[in-house]
Design a binder for this molecule. Structure first.
Ligand code: HPA
Length: 258
């Protein structure tokens, strides 16, 4: 299968990696090659958020054809769920089998170490919407089973690469505001250990089209009220950048183990 992403990459990726806030640099070190600006890829929306580069890196990593999206678009920028999931839907429609969704997240569980990656075991979609609303395009089931959004085998592989890796429930909210301490207490009561503003819609879209999904958060800060410190995007991006090396080891180990 081919399409705009495969055309730009020069091959159909088997693995697509979406890089979250502050994690874009990883695309260069993990995948390498020349960045392909999103503007050069037909249909690709660009992100206006600092720390989200807006370029595709495509190359073989350990013999696996990989495409890394350095930068994602979010609904809080005013985009629809369809636009926010465009890159993931497009790459899966072109034949990509595995989607790795990374993000920067607040740690609701106080035991989560800032700077450490944490696997997403399940999610709470609290955005109030999802990318499958609307007429059924019949590429997947009308009523999608979400019993296992985040692939068990891929999670086991990730745990085998990094024995210290934690796993938690990610609460995906609309943003762009950070949460209030009361909201964070609510999320903890609901069973969430991580909170962020992305990932859940892309995970649903990828599962709908039959891809396997791995979700990894990098805990960039204790969530609001967990520590007395106010939250800032600069801190999120900076911690993300510092944590990128650890995430890169995990990702390269997972790719090598596929
Ligand atoms: N809340 C929501 N999104 C985030 C956070 C947070 O604390 N940290 C990084 N992204």
């Amino acid at each position: 299968m081919t399409g705009p992403i495969s055309k730009a990459a020069g091959f159909t990726p088997r693995v697509a990696i979406v890089l979250g806030s502050g994690l874009s640099l990883l695309a260069k070190s993990l995948v390498g090659g020349d960045p392909i600006p999103y503007g050069a890829i037909e249909g690709m929306p660009a992100s206006a958020i600092e720390g989200h580069e807006g370029a595709l890196y495509a190359a073989e990593v350990s013999g696996v054809p990989v495409a890394a999206f350095a930068g994602r678009v979010h609904m809080y920028e005013g985009h629809s769920p369809q636009i926010a999931t465009h890159a993931v839907r497009q790459v899966v429609e072109e034949g990509c089998e595995i989607v790795v969704l990374t993000n920067a997240a607040g740690g609701i569980d106080p035991n989560l170490e800032v700077g450490a990656p944490c696997l997403i075991g399940d999610h709470l979609n609290l955005t109030g919407t999802n990318p499958l609303i609307g007429p059924h395009d019949k590429r997947g089931p009308r009523f999608l089973d979400l019993s296992e959004v985040y692939d068990k085998e891929l999670r086991a592989l990730a745990h085998s690469v990094d024995g210290d890796l934690r796993e938690g429930v990610y609460a995906g909210l609309m943003g762009p505001v950070y949460e209030t301490p009361a909201e964070v207490r609510m999320l903890r009561t609901l069973g969430a250990s991580l909170v962020g503003m992305s990932t859940v819609l892309e995970a649903i879209a990828a599962r709908y089209l039959g891809a396997r999904v791995l979700g990894i958060s990098v805990v960039t800060n204790p969530a609001a009220g967990v520590s007395p410190q106010p939250l800032s995007h600069d801190e999120v991006a900076e911690v993300g950048q510092r944590a990128a090396a650890r995430l890169e080891r995990l990702l390269s180990g997972v790719i090598a183990g596929l």
